[in-house]
Design a protein around this ligand. Sequence first.
Ligand code: ZN
Length: 192
Amino acid sequence: MAQMYFYYSAMNAGKSTTLLQSSFNYQERGMTPVIFTAALDDRYGVGKVSSRIGLQSDAHLYRSDTDLYFEIAALHEVEQRHCILVDECQFLTREQVYQLTEVVDKLRIPVLCYGLRTDFLGELFEGSKYLLSWADKLVELKTICHCGRKANMVIRTDEHGNAIAEGAQVDIGGNDRYVSVCRQHYKEAMGK
Ligand SMILES: [Zn+2]
């Protein structure tokens, strides 16, 4: 029975590494996975998922207006696909999360989504909100704060390393200025 999985974490918990390992596992068994990533993440060039430990794979890009059910059904018709892997899934729209549930329920293909739960203000991303609501399985990928506790929050810092408390939810290419921290250190950094 195909299911939808949401693998969520703070920054730098190894989401892309985990995704690429899953892709490898499917291929090793002679199966064909399909990888999608958000078009707005161009850190490593268009159409690639790259992990910090050096793994890399080509990926289909999705934009906010991409019909993922339509695209995946078309690919599946040409050649059977055994698994859909979605990186940066926090950027999915509500509609696209619904489309992915249709991939699971109608096409019977498992969908594994990897992304952040909340933004630097501690608010849910749209994609994450609906994945938390509709996914069959929720799996937390853990990373740690500088103090050793589990890091479940993300702070955005300016060039001096000070936490900033306003701004757009998506700051493309500013990956180096995000730090994963525990909730206590998040509150301290945000002055709350
Ligand atoms: Zn801490």
